[in-house]
Design a protein around this ligand. Structure first.
Ligand code: BG6
Length: 505
């Protein structure tokens, strides 16, 4: 039986106060909790909307005392607090909100210790955050229901990866859906919580300027890059069976593509936005084995230099398999079959151990049709709009302008909007914003079940093809922009990836 339905609200502009809550963190001792979730909750604890009785109940496998758990928090979470936010008084107040409960997620009988600590008043929001492997999602939800813990005030947060293919994602949706209504399920893609992504919505739908140009008649191509200098580090256990496609393309890159390409939603309510994103995913052209070979590149990093430091190749990382075929880089040319986007390629790429760490969206406009100046058309750099997600969130609009002095000589100039400079307000980290939205019951920045399944459906042919492909991922040296095949992919269309590093602000 399902637990009931919360109000399906969306993110409005006005901050609302929070109900008192019990935040139950499954995987509370894990890497994500220590690196992101607890620091985000600490940041929220300084927010005026934070309720006086809020509690954080960490669930883990270890038979720890609260003191032992808090020691782990001290060691592993405290160093990750946003800089300049630490105060002893606030930290002690934050610590005082914790409980630790030892539960074997797969053993229904062990949940009684959780039952004992949860408050039962109707006014208390109950959040189950599942920062565990997805293979446990269904079991945990069943056990919560079996122990009567999933009530109408409950919300469940599912951390990515949400499955490893279409079938497993469907199973998760089905099983979790038996316990929780869709309006109680928060599927996280932390890229949607990034400030610049929401600014993209503001740019597109808060201005008249771009929307008329936001289409095939004026846009030549779109590039979306998420490049990381870090390697796989100590996450081999997770990364080796996943790879860049499951880790980044199926979720973060596709979500960014949806925000760029969707039709104007009628409002920012959850279903209005998610309906439009779903249409984009449905319109993505499916790959066949033939088109896949031409339009998808996978790579794997070898040793090299990143920022002048020698780093090992993927196969030499701790716990690596010597003949691993896991991709650490993927580049795709995607096409959207709609009236708005027909013929406009969307080039997506992501990789680890790249030359730079950045995430950006580049909208390139078409060339001018004719030059009235003494310069040939080819000397006019087509206008482009760069939406920089990180670092240095901002917008860059590239225009042609006359150089000072005699004569009419035009050259490209950059109109720049730096969000941090412009809004001198502290920013919210993605997890902080998303946790706040969960607590407020705002679903707009979370994925709906049908979106998730569509995204898997689109990547599935690539996964199946790679499983049978005799070719290995193309090697690339660490500290570069990925394999040459990725440059060739876009080069075939007479284009180049934008690889100029913007100056530090
Ligand atoms: C996570 C991936 O979802 O996103 C990681 O699992 C990746 O592999 C990370 O490093 C990147 O996020 P961000 O916010 O640092 O760009």
């Amino acid at each position: 039986m399902r637990a009931g339905t919360n109000e399906n609200m969306s993110s409005p502009g006005k901050p609302a106060s929070l109900n008192d809550f019990d935040m139950v963190l499954f995987g509370g001792g894990g890497d994500l909790a220590m690196r992101k979730l607890l620091p985000a909750l600490y940041a929220l604890s300084g927010n005026k909307v934070w309720p006086a009785g809020a509690r954080i109940i960490c669930v883990g496998r270890h038979d720890w005392t609260l003191e032992q758990y808090l020691e782990a928090v001290e060691q592993n979470a405290r160093p990750n607090l946003a800089s300049g936010t630490f105060s002893e008084e606030r930290w002690q107040a934050f610590r005082s909100r914790f409980s630790y409960v030892s539960v074997d997620a797969a053993d229904a009988g062990s949940y009684h210790s959780l039952t004992k600590v949860l408050r039962t008043e109707e006014a208390i929001t109950r959040v189950f955050y599942l920062a565990t492997p997805p293979s446990l999602f269904a079991t945990i939800c069943q056990n919560l229901a079996g122990n009567g813990l999933a009530n109408a005030q409950s919300r469940v947060v599912l951390e990515k990866p949400l499955g490893r293919d279409l079938d497993s994602a469907r199973q998760i949706n089905l099983q979790v859906g038996k316990v929780f209504a869709e309006s109680q399920i928060y599927r996280i893609d932390h890229y949607l919580g990034k400030e610049a992504v929401q600014n993209l919505l503001a740019l597109r739908f808060g201005n008249i300027l771009f929307e008329p140009l936001w289409r095939r008649e004026w846009i030549s191509d779109v590039q979306i890059t998420i490049a990381e200098q870090i390697g796989v580090g100590n996450r081999m256990g997770y990364y080796e069976p996943s790879g860049a496609l499951r880790d980044m393309l199926q979720n973060h890159l596709l979500q960014l593509l949806c925000i760029v390409a969707m039709e104007p939603p009628v409002s920012v309510t959850a279903d209005a936005v998610r309906d439009e994103k779903l249409q984009v995913l449905r319109s993505l052209r499916r790959f066949t084995p033939h088109t896949l070979v031409q339009n998808v590149v996978r790579g794997q990093y070898r040793s090299g230099h990143v920022n002048g430091v020698q780093v090992p190749g993927y196969r030499q990382e701790p716990d690596a398999q010597p003949n691993s075929r896991t991709e650490t880089f993927v580049a795709v040319k995607a096409e959207i079959d709609t009236w708005r986007w027909a013929g406009v390629p969307f080039y997506l790429r992501t990789g680890k151990r790249m030359a730079d760490s950045l995430a950006e969206i580049v909208i390139r406009f078409k060339s001018i049709p004719h030059s009235i100046f003494a310069q040939p058309v080819g000397s006019f750099q087509p206008n482009s709009l760069v939406i920089r997600l990180q670092p240095n969130e901002g917008l860059h609009l590239n225009l042609m302008a006359k150089t000072p002095g005699d004569g009419m000589r035009l050259k490209p100039v950059d109109l720049e909007l730096d969000f941090r400079e412009t809004f001198k307000k502290p920013r919210m980290e993605a997890y902080e914003r998303l946790l706040l939205d969960v607590l407020r019951g705002h679903l707009t920045l979370f994925m709906r079940s049908d979106e998730l399944e569509q995204a898997w459906e689109w990547v599935e042919p690539i996964l199946l093809f790679w499983e049978q492909d005799e070719n290995e991922p193309v090697p690339y040296a660490s500290g570069t922009w990925g394999p040459a095949a990725a440059s060739a992919l876009i080069g075939r269309d007479g284009l180049q990836w934008r690889e100029e590093t913007l100056p530090e602000v």
